[in-house]
Design a protein around this ligand. Sequence first.
Ligand code: NDP
Length: 240
Amino acid sequence: MTRVAIVTGGSRGIGKAISLALKEQGATVAANFAGNAAKAAEFTAETGIPTYQWDVGDHEACIAGCAKVAADLGPIDIVVNNAGITRDGVLHRMTFDDWNEVMRINLGGCFNMAKATFPGMRERGWGRIVNIGSINGQAGQYGQVNYAAAKSGIHGFTKALAQEGAKFGVTVNAIAPGYIDTEMVAAVPAPVLEKIVAKIPVGRLGHAEEIARAVAFFTSEDGGFATGSTMSVNGGQHMY
Ligand code: NDP
């Protein structure tokens, strides 16, 4: 059976690797993006995967965007909440807007996407939701009270929704990536990045494909016994 999947922030970085992994797994994939239309067009030309623009932090836009994907491709079986931003700064310099925007997109986006798709999965008796958290939501990180709180919230959201979905065939899991070599990490100043890599037992940054393979396990047909879990994929940087 061909499943229909949406990957938020699915046209670049980790999301691009996830979109490709799900396509390879046999799903019909739609990649959402926020505003980088040039990158999205390049992605579609390269992969053949269609892209859909909306802001995952906007509740109504998520409802409308998911309805459009379903009308084009069929009922949505798989959602990967990958879209995320950073607005780093120490608390005494962080603005309310920095806080709110990260919570709105990184955590609110998961709620909005679930509201748009979970009821249908529940009715049809099959669904897969994978939320991309972060090592920094597990361990905290200097200068990231907003991001760490939102990502930590994702882990709680995952466990709560997994309980609601379990008897309806809907699994909800999270991946907590460590530091992955994407544009988000390229924005970290080089001296800071060197210190980070020195703390990773495997001695390198991760690759987006390594996160995508973990997502593909959770979304697979035979992944149905895994729910409410958080898989850490971090090179051994944080173990618990
Ligand atoms: P990138 O910054 O490379 O890409 C972010 C993606 O999210 C883009 O596709 C962007 O769309 C999309 N996006 C941002 N805001 C919105 C929005 N409001 N609505 C819809 N889409 C949006 O990030 P990464 O690939 O590095 O990270 C992907 C996820 O993994 C994030 O949730 C991040 O927090 C998490 N993560 C990343 C780690 C890393 O080391 N890179 C480590 C741990 C977690 P557009 O292309 O239009 O801008």
